[in-house]
Design a protein around this ligand. Structure first.
Ligand code: NDP
Length: 451
């Protein structure tokens, strides 16, 4: 069949990080592109993830900054915090960004349908309004949604989706899970004055991170007043007459909270997409299976981002969207995204940042490794009388001096890591870092002073 027999060259389902990039780039390559979004243009990252979360993290940090200010000579009388003001300003900015994403697409002549889309046949999509559209290629970029474990009363719990819209900061909040979202929101709520409890099914937080960093975050979080319950499962959450929540976890007495937030991972968003109508293969967790070029088992259907459950990070979805669009619609040879050595950060209080192998991973795969560590108290914390210490760790392959991992916890560590990650990705050696003059006084200089 002649390609122009279809209404569009590409139809993208889901206009989040991956979908926007793929649609825009495909259109720039000359493709006729349409895209559908059932919720809000921008996806999780912009609407109810990374972006508004980071704004709340900034807001939360003022609690400590204002406390520390005294040691720097500032007297701040009558400070108070207005959650509703911050919430609404954040939401206003989210709406602004949503508009910008929409503009980008319309500037590239991408036709946007703000409604649900389902694959109903070969090369065929049906919109919620009943309109039927055909396309040469289909890209699924529908992301992921919060996983909600089964237990009595889970309907009374919120997820990160709702956390951005609360009417008030909960006095007592229980967060289920010990991963990114749990630790980030624990920090946020704690700084805003909530009594925070994290409850995880295992006895670790942030399983994938280097244990030294995890331990440091745990210790600092405990010092800040965050409580941890490990090895627990939820038995029930019951709403009481006064609106509070009665929670029973295994090995614990009943407890009362104002909010219970579930942050136990995110699952691929595949419901109602009509994948069965064309026989798309799924993996064990319901993720869409794709090859290195993001192609599904159906020749003309591709998938990028969280719905494929490769690496659930926005910049990865963006790269996958770009590579798909360049490969399918661009003039050059198809290329695959390199999923190795991806830096990441947890915007906890303090934040964690990491790239490459943990010490354990490096020992297992390389055998002989050298580990360099700096355990220091940032100057600002010294002046502020804050005991919190930073920890930087560098893992080096003893065979060739190459740095195979850098792990940091401390103020601004994600900002510092971005540059360090270039060096690790480029395969630089410990000697290269040693040969670099420090910028003094900074926290980042610790990276070139590790001995
Ligand atoms: P994570 O995968 O980070 O953590 C999930 C947590 O929930 C773990 O502590 C895990 O326990 C626990 N868990 C997993 N499955 C179950 C289950 N069935 N029942 C009970 N507990 C369970 O998930 P998040 O929800 O925090 O975040 C989702 C994803 O979003 C992240 O993986 C990350 O990719 C992305 N994200 C990234 C951010 C960033 O880049 N800063 C910020 C927020 C999210 P255990 O591991 O101990 O067994």
């Amino acid at each position: 069949m002649d390609d122009t027999a279809y209404d569009f060259d590409l139809f993208t389902i889901g206009i989040g990080s991956g979908g926007v990039r793929a649609s825009r780039v495909a259109a720039a390559h000359g493709a006729r592109v349409a895209a559908a979004e059932e919720y809000r243009v921008g996806g999780t990252c912009v609407i109810r993830g990374c972006v508004p979360k980071k704004m709340l993290v900034y807001g939360a940090h003022f609690a400590e900054d204002l406390e520390d200010a005294k040691q720097f000579g500032w007297d701040i009388e009558g400070k108070s915090f207005d959650w509703v003001r911050l919430r609404d300003i954040v939401q206003r900015d989210v709406t602004r960004l949503e508009g910008l994403y929409g503009e980008t697409l319309s500037n590239h002549n991408v036709t946007v349908f703000e409604e649900r889309a389902e694959i109903t046949g070969d090369h065929e999509i049906t919109l919620a309004s009943g309109k039927v559209i055909t396309a040469t290629y289909i890209l699924i970029a529908t992301g992921a949604k919060p996983h909600m474990p089964e237990f009595e009363g889970n309907e009374h719990c919120i997820t990160s989706n709702e956390a951005f819209h609360l009417e008030e900061v909960p006095k007592r909040v229980l967060i289920a899970g010990g991963g990114y979202i749990a630790n980030e929101f624990a920090g946020i709520f704690n700084e805003f004055g909530s009594k925070v409890t994290i409850a995880n099914r295992s006895d670790v937080i942030l399983r994938a991170y280097d244990p030294a960093l995890r331990d440091r975050l745990l210790q600092i979080s405990l010092t800040k007043g965050i409580e941890f319950c490990f090895n627990v499962e939820f038995e029930y959450v019951r709403k009481q007459e006064d609106g509070t929540l009665l929670v029973k976890m295994t090995n614990h007495e009943e407890r009362v909270y104002d909010q219970v937030m579930i942050a136990t991972g995110r699952v691929p968003n595949i419901d109602g997409l009509g994948l069965e109508n064309v026989g798309i293969e799924l993996g064990r967790k319901g993720e869409i299976k794709v090859d290195a070029y993001s192609k599904t088992n159906i020749d003309y259907i591709y998938a990028v981002g969280d719905v494929t459950d490769r690496v659930q990070l926005t910049p990865v979805a963006i790269r996958e969207g770009q590579a798909f669009a360049d490969s399918v619609f661009g003039p050059d040879k198809p290329y695959a995204v390199d999923h190795s050595c991806i830096p990441s950060a947890v915007f906890s209080h303090p934040p964690i940042a990491s790239v490459g192998m943990t010490e354990g991973e490096a020992r297992n795969s390389l055998g002989n490794v050298r580990v360099f560590q700096s355990d220091f108290r940032p100057m600002k914390n010294v002046v502020a009388g804050r005991s919190e210490r930073g920890l930087y760790k560098m893992i080096v392959d003893a065979a060739n001096d190459k740095i195979v991992g850098v792990h940091m916890i401390g103020p601004e560590s994600p900002e510092i890591m971005q540059a360090a990650a270039v060096a690790v990705k480029a395969g630089l050696t410990k000697a290269d870092f040693d040969a670099t003059t420090a910028i003094h006084p900074t926290m980042a200089e610790e990276l070139v002073l590790l001995r």
